[in-house]
Ligand binder design. Structure first.
Ligand code: SAH
Length: 452
């Protein structure tokens, strides 16, 4: 294959004036705005700019002339190549302030709302916090490796230790790779469409020391799979269940639809505020368990439930927010689209002996449109995925008129867009960024709204 020819590299000098929404430094030069990795406000640098057909195709810092007082040395040796932790060069305090500013600016930009968010609620120790590891497995020079894909390629870069994942998960991952080598179980090769193990997913419970291993395979049949599962459990007694997920498609989506439980129950149990939750491989569960309690406490405090309220938990996942709220509410209805998450939510209600929470499987918008005439809710929690909610859902909410809406968002852009739809009927009471994703530019936000 012939690659397009480079038109040449230009070297320019510039100063970073701000950090953009993705964690890149913004440099303004000759009427152009450049977005540069690993550059902080007030830092001046020599930049190598590659162009192709008059468009900038890549920018690199060739030399930095000064360091921002907020610059720290990234602890991870893969930091630059991996790109997953795009803010590791910024002090943690700097990260928290950046996230607050980001929410404030996006509310202004997309909702014309000028509101001062509270300081971002951060972690005491912003490393090794994730309870979920998900890595591709490939064969590189005869070795079974896990790692990350180089930007815009299918080329894997082996990664031995990721600093936001737990040490326990890293050990389990290493052990499984050894077993795959020992039993000659081939990793997947997407070019040739051969091989078996595509990904390994590990989910850990912080409170119960239960761990789930999911082997994502390209084929249902694989010889010795139950024995492999037993060996994993023997090696790591904290692994309480092993699941095979089958993904035969040629796709970037990690999990397939079909699953076989190879060992244990196919679920693990975790707890939030003394309630227990069952989690299966496919259902959504917050990935930073220490901050989940901070997030939910913020949401529940803002709701100020007294025991009399009828509550909607929209986009309810495994029912975590609704069940935590049910203790202080008259009744709770959870609506969630993913069937396995709804099954988990119902089990969770039963396991915690919660009689006043019900969960239904539906698209939130369809549900609300079909039920808005008879629906009555005093408080609505809504926690949609990154793409946010829909105009129809928000319009239906304005017709139902709950006294309070607590919007929990993992994407401030869609949050702002949705708040623009609500702001003619609801007033903002508080905006609280919560750091669920340290070292990255992502931010979670709890917004509390009151009916005008
Ligand atoms: N509140 C939960 C889950 C939040 S994640 C928690 O804190 O754990 C968002 C959830 O919305 C996911 O479980 C996803 O399956 C669900 N979802 C996505 N689109 C949906 C839709 N259109 N209707 C209902 N649920 C949806």
């Amino acid at each position: 294959m012939e690659y397009p020819k480079r038109e040449g590299n230009k070297t320019l000098e510039g100063e970073c004036v701000a950090i953009d929404d993705n964690g890149k430094g913004i440099v303004r030069l000759n009427g152009q705005t450049l977005f540069v990795d690993n550059l902080l406000p007030s830092e001046k640098a020599e930049l190598e700019v590659e162009t192709y057909k008059d468009e900038i195709s890549a920018i690199k810092v060739k030399r930095r002339f000064n360091d921002s007082p907020l610059r720290v040395k990234p602890l991870c040796p893969y930091y630059q190549e991996c790109g997953g932790c795009s803010l590791m060069h910024l002090s943690y305090q700097g990260q928290l302030e950046y996230k607050r500013d980001k929410v404030k600016n996006l509310l202004h930009k997309f909702a014309k709302i000028d509101f001062e968010p509270s300081p971002t609620l951060g972690m005491a120790s912003p490393y090794r916090f994730r309870n979920k590891v998900q890595v591709p497995i490939r064969l590189v020079k005869g070795q079974v490796v896990s790692g990350f894909f180089k930007e815009n390629t299918h080329q894997i870069v082996p990664l031995e230790d990721c600093l936001i994942e737990t040490e326990e998960a890293e050990k389990i991952l290493k052990g499984i790779k050894k077993l795959l080598t020992k039993y000659h179980i081939p990793p997947y090769d997407e070019d040739k469409g051969r091989g078996l193990i595509r990904h390994i997913l590990i989910k850990e419970s912080l409170h119960f020391k239960e761990t789930m291993v999911v082997l994502v395979t390209s084929n249902r049949d694989f010889y010795g799979k139950v024995n492999l599962a037993k060996e994993i459990v023997k090696m790591f007694p904290e692994v309480t269940t092993v699941v095979q997920n089958i993904n035969t498609r040629h796709t970037n989506v990690i999990l397939g639809e079909q699953e076989d439980v190879l060992f244990g129950s196919g679920k693990i149990k975790d707890s939030i505020f003394n309630l227990s939750f069952l989690i299966s491989s496919r259902s959504f569960y917050q990935t930073n368990p220490l901050q989940t309690e901070v997030l939910y406490k913020t949401a529940l405090d803002q709701a100020g439930l007294t025991g009399q309220e009828e509550v909607l938990d929209a986009y309810s996942g495994t029912g975590t927010i609704g069940l935590c709220a049910s203790i202080k509410a008259k009744k709770v209805l959870g609506v969630e689209i993913e069937p396995s998450a709804v099954r988990d939510a119902r089990l969770n209600a039963k396991m915690n002996k919660i009689p006043n929470a019900e969960f239904i499987q539906a698209d939130c918008t369809t549900y609300l449109l079909e039920n808005k005439e008879k629906a009555h809710f005093d408080v609505v929690f809504m926690d949609p995925p990154r793409k946010g909610s829909t105009p129809e859902f928000l319009l239906a909410l304005k017709e139902i008129k709950p006294k309070k809406i607590i919007y929990i968002s993992c994407n401030p852009v869609t949050l702002a867009r949705d708040l623009a739809d609500l702001k003619d009927t609801y007033d903002l009471v508080s905006v609280t960024p919560v750091d669920m994703f340290p070292q990255t530019s992502h931010v979670e936000t709890v917004v509390s709204l009151k009916l005008r």
